[in-house]
Design a binder for this molecule. Structure first.
Ligand SMILES: NC(=O)c1ccc[n+]([C@@H]2O[C@H](COP(=O)([O-])OP(=O)(O)OC[C@H]3O[C@@H](n4cnc5c(N)ncnc54)[C@H](O)[C@@H]3O)[C@@H](O)[C@H]2O)c1
Ligand SMILES: [Zn+2]
Ligand SMILES: [Zn+2]
Length: 391
């Protein structure tokens, strides 16, 4: 089959690889009908996430038709079913899965020993990601093997198109979880740093959850426009002071709830000297990530507020003002998304027309065009916000 394969930094190719096969009774194979490129794929593209290996198949946002199943489906999945595959592989049975903590499933990471060493305790297996999360082949491919498929799937109602359903596997529940983690009250100002696809979903989620005011921050004009269309007031951080503006908007008190939808690749800009220092340290391997947004959120957040972090961090970050955070009594919530915890509710909301996640798609291309689309998405060329690939 054809698949997008990681060969090293900024080197993704469309290669011919071996077709996946059933390896376990709980496996299923899907024929991928749609898949997407995620901001998390860019961290791999830039080689910021450790333990990738040349030959790894990319992709963790995908859907398709079940073409083969193992013998252990217990009636939960069958040939011909149309499913979205959550990026977090879940056994559905361990202590964590029973609590709905699917992204920290205790059984799905097949590289448990390696992950125990790196993180203290292994987390779930993820598709198309580092070998620390199992090194499972991803779904930017014609076919995908889905381990624990009887549990690791979201059935798609016929009424929904691929475009409406695809993001149930990642960015929609990710933006939603980030907003839910804010315990939004009708009096709250919720601020979202980053208007990429995840930020866009977080904006609409915060609006649906009833925030008084939603503010979104970025520097890319078309992303700011899309944020406005979703109901946010916007701040262009390249043109004005984020801290001053947020204090102005909240009578000097600061926003109650802050969401980091940027993660480890905060823009480097001379107007934010800490980002230049982070970049230098990153190049000297003295720091993994550029946590400018975390510092800004902690500084501006109202005392007693919540910091919600869907943005991915890979390792060690420097100069996080724990003194400010501790004394202001801030609550931190974060994590890879527990996708299936949220999706029954989100499927319903799409069906009822409360939201149509396809609004975020700006580009549709073939799998063969995938390597080029990584560059288009990364460079925000041609006003690109979200790419869908059709294998
Ligand atoms: N927690 C999860 O399960 C999960 C799932 C999906 C994605 N993610 C993560 O969410 C993050 C966003 O993903 P995406 O697909 O939207 O990526 P993206 O790269 O398209 O979006 C990031 C946006 O942040 C903006 N930005 C950069 N520096 C900024 C700053 N200082 N202030 C405000 N905005 C700034 C960029 O201009 C860009 O528009 C990534 O870190 C990704 O890895 C996490
Ligand atoms: Zn993702
Ligand atoms: Zn589990």
């Amino acid at each position: 089959m054809r698949a997008l394969v990681w060969h090293g930094k900024e080197d993704i190719r469309c290669d011919t690889v071996t077709d996946p096969e059933i390896e376990d009774p709980r496996d299923a194979i899907i024929k991928v009908t749609s898949c997407a490129i995620c901001g998390s794929d860019l961290h791999l593209f830039h080689n910021f996430i450790p333990a990738m290996m040349p030959g790894d198949i990319m992709g963790h946002e995908m859907m398709g038709e079940v073409v083969e199943t193992g013998s252990g489906m217990n009636g939960k999945l069958k040939k011909g079913d149309r499913i979205v595959v959550p990026f977090t592989i879940q056994c559905g049975e361990c202590d964590q899965c029973r609590r709905g903590n699917f992204s920290v499933c205790e059984r799905s990471n097949r590289n448990k020993a390696l992950a125990d060493k790196a993180f203290g305790h292994a987390t779930a297996g993820l598709f198309g990601y580092t070998h620390l999360t199992g090194g499972y082949p991803g779904g930017q491919a014609e076919y995908l093997r889905v381990p624990f498929a009887d549990s690791t799937h979201i059935k798609v109602p016929d009424s929904l198109s691929d475009e409406q359903a695809l993001f149930l596997g990642d960015i929609f529940p990710t933006g939603w979880q980030a907003a839910v983690h804010c315990d939004i009250e009708p009096t709250d100002t919720v601020v979202i740093w980053g208007c990429g696809p995840v930020g866009q979903m977080a904006i609409r989620s915060a609006v649906l959850l009833g925030a008084k005011l939603v503010v979104a921050i970025d520097c890319v004009p078309e992303r700011l426009s899309m944020a406005q269309a979703g109901g946010a007031l916007t701040i262009d951080f390249s043109a004005e002071s984020v801290v001053e503006r947020l204090n102005d908007l909240t009578d000097g008190k600061g926003p109650e709830k802050c969401i980091d939808a940027v993660g480890l690749e905060s823009h480097v800009s001379v107007s934010q000297p800490d980002t230049v220092l982070d970049r230098a340290k990153q190049m000297m391997m003295m720091e993994n990530d550029r946590p400018h947004v975390l510092r800004e959120m902690i500084y501006v957040c109202r005392p007693g507020g919540i910091i919600s972090i869907p943005g991915v961090y890979s390792g060690l970050v420097d100069k996080i003002p724990m003194g400010q955070a501790m004394n202001k009594g801030l609550t931190f919530r974060m994590g890879q998304t527990h996708v299936n915890r949220w999706t029954p509710d989100l499927v319903r909301r799409i069906e009822e027309g409360q939201i149509d996640p396809s609004f975020v798609i700006t580009h549709t291309a073939t799998l063969e065009e995938g390597p080029e689309m990584y560059n288009v998405f990364r460079n925000k060329q041609d006003s690109c916000i979200k790419v869908v690939l059709k294998p």
